[in-house]
Design a binder for this molecule. Structure first.
Ligand code: PLP
Length: 375
């Protein structure tokens, strides 16, 4: 048995993979190295990394400066806690930098290590916010069918794809899913924006506005099939959320960092979220780091809370890990210096034109996309 076959044999004996299924792991992609957008597998084959890793490797493989940034930081200190009462420089600098790239009223940043973990933290932040505001019953989270928000317990309960629920139910109580904008179009609705906003409002009224903490949504649904919302969609949803005083969480795990042609997907779609979750492209895939960003309204309740009895008792060991933060800082420097976001915006028309050139193919039902994301 050669080296590769032997390794795969060991893999099958010991590893449990995300979405594990033995049948689907018979001939896995076995990447050994990569450069730019090209992957090289264990048999020496070169393939295009068409999905950019898992939507995260947005400035390519083989960026030595990112390895150096992480390694240099690791040489200084293995780990430095960011739990309250402790901190470290890369986390401080990264938090400041993220806020500088955000909207005018963005303020606080909490670090995690994954998209799902950021969404979990966002749900808890929303609940915390309402408890401090003396509205302890505002606990429910509304999401949309076809949404993907990760698959940890609460994130899975917001994820609107039944395949992820089937073997792990029941879902966490207090998570409600409503129709995606597209579902209305499939049903022949003339004005999908209005119909979809009504779905959110209907759910809020059915649950009781005083029980709903937040709506979570990707600006454009990614894993659910790049479902680009109708032009009026976000205006209408946001009007509903203002009416009933409900927070908006924008899941920017795929849409953030240029993917839709602006720095944030929320910008592309005119969203003004209270909480933003981000992950993948924060480190361009080089290190596991993710974050939750809060606007002033939400961050103020954390910053100005002097009551120890209601402290924000949430945390993870690797929040603000110095090596991950140092690497992400270098990534943001590359985005700035190499004008990556402008490049995404400039390339988008070409990409979308090429994508739409498949529209007449007999096997293609529809082409849709925005910025540099398409299906
Ligand atoms: N949110 C969105 C929009 C995603 O696409 C994903 C993953 O693809 C997640 C959350 C979950 O991120 P992670 O796999 O890092 O937990």
């Amino acid at each position: 048995m050669d080296g590769t076959a032997q390794l795969l044999d060991i893999d099958r004996r010991y590893l449990v993979h995300p979405l594990h299924h033995p049948e689907e792991h018979k001939t896995p992609l076995f990447v050994v190295s990569a450069h730019g957008a090209m992957l090289r597998d264990a048999d020496g084959r070169e393939v295009i990394d068409g999905l950019s890793g898992l939507w995260n490797v947005n400035i390519g493989h083989g960026r030595g400066e990112l390895a150096d940034a992480a390694a240099e930081q690791m040489r200084k200190v293995a780990f430095a806690s960011a739990y309250v009462g402790a901190t470290n420089e890369p986390a401080i600098r990264l938090g400041e930098k993220i806020v500088k790239h955000a909207y005018a009223n963005s303020s606080g940043v909490y670090f995690t290590t994954a998209g799902a973990e950021s969404n979990e933290a966002a749900f808890k932040t929303a609940r915390y916010y309402w408890k401090v505001k003396d509205k302890p019953n505002k606990i429910k989270i509304i999401s949309r069918i076809h949404a993907y928000h990760g698959v940890t317990m609460a994130a899975m309960s917001a994820t609107g794809m039944s395949a992820y629920h089937k073997m792990f139910g029941p879902l966490v109580p207090g998570f409600i899913q409503v129709a995606a904008p597209y579902a209305y179009r499939w049903q022949g609705n003339e004005e999908p924006g209005i119909g979809a906003a009504e779905a959110v409002e209907k759910a809020i009224l059915a649950e009781g506005p005083d029980t709903v903490a937040a709506v979570i949504a990707e600006p454009v649904m990614g894993a659910g099939g790049v479902i680009v919302p109708p032009r009026t969609y976000w205006d209408k949803i946001q009007a509903v959320l203002r009416k009933y005083d409900i927070l908006l969480v924008a899941d920017e795990v795929i849409c953030g960092f240029g993917r839709t042609g602006s720095f944030w997907g929320s910008e592309t779609f005119g969203m003004k979220p209270d909480i933003v979750t981000m992950a993948k492209q924060l480190s361009a895939g080089f290190m596991p780091i993710a974050a939750v960003m809060m606007n002033q309204r939400v961050y103020e309740v954390l910053r100005e809370n002097s009551n120890r009895n209601v402290s924000f008792a949430h945390g993870i060991t690797y929040s603000g890990h110095p090596a991950s933060a140092a690497c992400a800082l270098e990534v943001l420097k590359i985005y700035e210096e190499q004008k990556i976001i402008d490049r995404a915006r400039d390339l988008a028309p070409h990409f979308l034109r090429q994508l739409h050139s498949f529209a007449d193919h007999p096997l293609v039902g529809e082409c849709r996309g925005v910025g540099l994301v398409g299906a």
